[in-house]
Design a protein around this ligand. Structure first.
Ligand code: BEZ
Length: 228
């Protein structure tokens, strides 16, 4: 029998786009996305499949860091193209049986979307057929309190994510928004930040003479945020 393939090409979302809208069933009830999350940051991520080892370590890590993300006004929302009962069974197994590093008895409290139809995964470019046409890649979307996509990171199936980096990226974007600055390579909270390039000769001159801003050259200026 001939199998019909869905050949619809959905453009990948981009940084600065409004997060594509959807309603979905999750392990915590129905959600209306991103409407239910207005006013909060969201890390919306996909994983390839329930009952797989790398995904299990990722879920345990995300769940054990959930309070840290919530304290940063950030909610976690997961997705895979498995069904609700599979999700429930997998999360129960994680809590009851799995130990990883110093984590055990881990309860996943954030919503995990069921997406057997792949409708949501396709909207977010999570199905990448060169990698797999039956599983979502490991995508991470950072969505801001206005529902705008601010960053995206995609990993292949074999590569577990670095959760310190996900938290660092969130804090860096929040800091950039709050102080109208940028952050340098490998920036960590508390370190000096980058002052955006001067847009006029006058500002360039002012910067070079300022006590608050440290300039190596007119275009390369840093400053402390005096956060203590
Ligand atoms: C995993 O999560 O372990 C996994 C999932 C899909 C492909 C390879 C590994």
């Amino acid at each position: 029998m001939e199998t019909l393939m869905d050949t619809t090409v959905v453009p990948l979302p981009r940084i600065g786009d409004k997060a594509p809208e959807f309603k979905a069933i999750t392990t915590q009830g129905e959600i209306n996305f991103p409407k239910d999350y207005v006013g909060k940051w969201v890390i919306f991520f996909s994983h390839p499949a329930d009952f797989t080892p790398v995904c299990t370590t990722e879920f345990m890590t995300f769940a054990s860091m959930e309070d840290e993300f919530n304290a940063l006004n950030c909610q976690l929302v997961g997705l895979s193209v498995d069904g609700l009962y599979s999700h429930i069974a997998w999360l129960r197994t994680i809590k009851e049986k799995i130990e990883f590093r110093d984590m055990k008895n881990i309860e996943v409290k954030f919503p995990l979307i069921e997406d057997i139809s792949m409708n949501v995964a396709k909207k977010y470019g999570m199905i990448q057929p060169g990698e797999s046409s039956t599983k979502a890649v490991r995508a991470v979307f950072f969505i801001d309190p206005k529902g705008i996509i601010r960053a995206m990171i995609y990993y292949p199936l074999s590569l577990g994510r670095n959760f310190d980096e996900l938290k660092r990226a969130l804090v860096a974007m929040q800091t950039a928004d709050k102080y109208s600055i940028a952050t340098p390579a490998d920036w960590r909270p508390g370190e000096d930040v980058i002052v955006p390039p001067a847009g006029s000769c006058g500002v360039a001159k002012e910067r070079m003479q300022s006590d608050d801003v440290k300039c190596k050259d007119w275009f390369f200026c840093t400053k402390s945020l005096h956060l203590n």
